[in-house]
Design a protein around this ligand. Sequence first.
Ligand code: FES
Length: 164
Amino acid sequence: MAFQLSPEQTREADEIIARYPTKRAACLPLLWLCQRQTGWTNDEVIAFVAEKLELSTAAVKGVVTFYTMFHEKKVAPNVVWVCRTLSCELRGAKAVQEHMEKRFGCSAGGTSTDGKFTLLKAECLAACGQAPMIQVNDDYYEDLTIEKLDAVLDQIAAKTPEGK
Ligand code: FES
């Protein structure tokens, strides 16, 4: 079935489009709005945005593939980005990543066995002074130790229903 926004998000989409001098300029925020509804940016979302903004699907796909914030594959409700750039690397990011891979039962790029977390590697997330750090959905967790990391993940897991 073709992708559609909810009535409330349709109003939000119209407001977004009206905010810009050209429809093309609304591509990023409209994709983001759609991804908030679906959890990922699949071909149906790309076709929807292309039609809404009078663009080719190739142009929209080009935006999706350029920005790492758009997920081209289905992801878990919690997307964990582990920063692997220099400051974090020097302060234990490798151990943070390995601990999560062991805990989740998957490598970076995969989804945990309980379906609650997708683990991804990130380039610098601009919190170098608080390295090592991770981003989970929209929130940063900084100055991590393995104990602090487990406490954060326990808290998030407890609030997330079991996935598939
Ligand atoms: S190096 Fe990790 S936030 Fe900058």
